[in-house]
Write a protein that binds this ligand. Structure first.
Ligand code: GNR
Ligand code: NI
Length: 172
């Protein structure tokens, strides 16, 4: 089991666009394994590779609750094919913005295409928390954070707080 450190805002890497995965080589498989270890350890329900500093279009998700059987899902090169008109709100959090939560409105359902760990291209429909989480993670692959979907006032406030904290730690 190996966890990797999670990048915290305002780390500029979190604002970069991740590259498609060309092949499911051993390096990518090790990345996925470490992402699951890191996500379960945090704990979180999703993780994007860029959150551990790797600029690849790789996402891990597990929505199983404590006490339930694990349901690890790895999505390689995920794409949103379509979104519902209907939206839903969820009180989102992010491991890269610890202990900050805010309501975010997103499409309630999305159709997805991705490559799985066997290299098979799959198309699925997501709704509920899966739809919310996969949109949050695909945002990460495009350098977008959930705070980009909240009011500028609230966003500026939280970015300022984490910028100050980073400065203090850098100085320490
Ligand atoms: O653990 C997480 N919980 C969560 C809750 C609501 C919406 C999205 C998420 S994802 C988050 C982990 C994370 O930061 N993934 O990028
Ligand atoms: Ni996140």
């Amino acid at each position: 089991m190996s966890t990797r450190p999670i990048l915290i805002i305002p780390d500029t890497k979190l604002r970069t666009i991740s590259e498609p995965v060309a092949s499911l080589d051993s390096e990518t498989r090790k990345l996925v394994e470490d992402m699951f270890d890191t996500m379960y350890d945090a704990p979180g329900i999703g993780l994007a590779a860029i959150q551990v500093g790797v600029q690849k279009r790789v996402i891990t998700i597990d929505l199983a609750r404590e006490g339930e059987e694990k349901n690890p899902i790895a999505l390689i090169n995920p794409e949103i094919l379509s979104t519902s008109q209907e939206t839903s709100f969820y009180n989102e959090g992010c491991l890269s913005i610890p202990e900050f939560y805010e309501e975010v409105e997103r499409p309630a359902r999305v159709a997805l295409r991705f490559t799985d760990l066997e290299g098979a291209v799959r198309e699925v429909e997501a709704d509920g928390l899966f739809a919310t989480c996969v949109q949050h993670e695909i945002d990460h692959l495009n350098g977008v954070l959930f705070i980009d979907h909240i009011s500028k006032l609230k966003r500026d406030r939280v970015v300022k707080k984490f910028t100050k904290m980073a400065r203090r730690e850098g100085a320490a």
